[in-house]
Write a protein of this length. Structure first.
Length: 401
């Protein structure tokens, strides 16, 4: 299938427009990284505690921030999570030291900060686990079971927790909602020992600073190793300048993608790093397709200069590029729109990466080959004409007076 046949677009003639486009987005991303949002690393890389809190109604972020500040939790990062109708907020706390004990402590501090007006003699049912509820029921024994009642009340507590978390989404608005789940005697006992807050903690994640630093180092090394490996491959497969051009184009893609995360202030997590490595491979593959067509045309168009060969090669691969990149883009766009909050960062990186990676294969990598030839020609004072590459050998250059 071909969308375009016999196209003759002068891509190299528009190289200055491409350069301006790349400079605008690259500089905007760099400025954001340096002076605005910096690189918004997730809790996996910075270390700290991240708590997912669901509210019964639309949360007031300013009020939440003030409550946390009064409790001694300064400079928290608050981020709406999921659909607006879910009323969820991710609260991220930076911590210099953390441990398994700090996991419970960080959660308790946030709960206490948000429950400033809570009654002191009661516990929060929306943030109590099964064992806490079961222990309270055992002490009250509302069903008058006598001795050895632990198992029965454990089962009743589990039904309450399941109704709260699986049916009500993590937050009970009234104890009357439990009357269809358990007996009226148990509901009455719960009213004596528990109250209902307007929020519930759905999940807690904690990463120590040493683990975060190690993950940060490994992520950087993974990207650098992938670029170095591709450079070596293209050096032996084509010529060194081909490898340099491809790596520069991929670095350009990575910089703009990270800049997009900084500009939109979206966290870079481990899944985002996986997406960046994916787009590096995708962009490199698209660039190699163009380079391979250039190599084939060098054999057939020996008397043409490299600029004409490159333009012809890009036009010949344009239909394939639009077809493969377009379908891939539609897939990742659907993932971004309908994949949910968990995959949002991953899919956003791929949406940006597919667009920029396809663009850089045409507008960055290919023009670099021509620019390099023109630079060599200006130094030697002679016109350089490429010669076809024999199988298994590197490309040579014929010097023509």
């Amino acid at each position: 299938m071909e969308f375009f046949k016999n196209t003759n677009i002068d891509f190299l003639g528009k190289k200055w427009y491409f350069l301006a486009f790349s400079l605008v987005f690259s500089v905007a991303g760099v400025l954001s990284i340096m002076f605005w949002h910096h690189i918004p690393l997730g809790v996996e890389f910075n270390g700290g505690t991240q708590v997912d809190v669901k509210f019964a109604s639309t949360p007031d972020l300013d009020s939440i921030r003030k409550d946390l500040d009064r409790a001694g939790l300064h400079d928290p990062r608050l981020q709406p999570y999921g659909l607006a109708a879910n009323h969820e907020v991710l609260i991220t706390l930076s911590q210099k030291e953390t441990s398994e004990a700090a996991l419970d402590q960080g959660e308790k501090q946030i709960i206490q900060a948000l429950n400033t007006n809570a009654p002191q003699d009661k516990r929060d049912l929306n943030n109590s686990n099964r064992d806490t509820i079961a222990d309270a029921l055992v002490q009250r024994d509302p069903l008058h079971l006598g001795v050895n009642v632990g198992g029965r009340y454990q089962a009743e507590a589990q039904k309450i927790v399941d109704s709260r978390d699986k049916v009500k989404g993590g937050v009970l608005n009234s104890l009357d909602e439990l009357k269809t789940v358990t007996s009226p005697e148990i509901v009455s006992a719960l009213q004596n020992d528990f109250f209902l807050s307007n929020f519930g903690v759905r999940g807690v994640e904690i990463v120590g600073p040493q683990v975060g630093a190690q993950l940060r180092k490994q992520a950087i090394l993974a990207v650098l190793y992938s670029l170095a490996g591709m450079l070596v491959y293209l050096w032996f497969r084509f010529e060194l300048i081909y490898g340099v051009a491809a790596v520069v184009a991929v670095f350009h893609d990575t910089l703009i993608t990270i800049g997009a995360f900084s500009l939109t202030n979206q966290e870079i997590s481990l899944t985002v790093i996986a997406a960046i490595l994916t787009l590096i491979g995708y962009s490199m593959n698209d660039t190699i397709v163009v380079f391979d067509r250039i190599r084939e045309n060098v054999k057939l168009m020996r008397r043409e200069n490299l600029a004409e060969i490159v333009n012809r090669s890009i036009n010949q691969t344009l239909s394939r590029t639009i077809l493969t990149s377009g379908l891939t883009f539609l897939t990742v766009l659907s993932l971004y729109l309908f994949g949910g909050e968990v995959l949002k960062g991953f899919s956003f990186a791929l949406v940006i990466g597919i667009l920029i990676g396809t663009y850089s294969s045409i507008a960055i990598a290919a023009p670099m080959l021509v620019a390099y030839q023109e630079w060599r020609s200006s130094r030697s004072g002679r016109r350089l004409e490429p010669v076809a590459i024999d199988s298994g050998r590197k490309e040579k250059v014929r010097v023509k007076a």
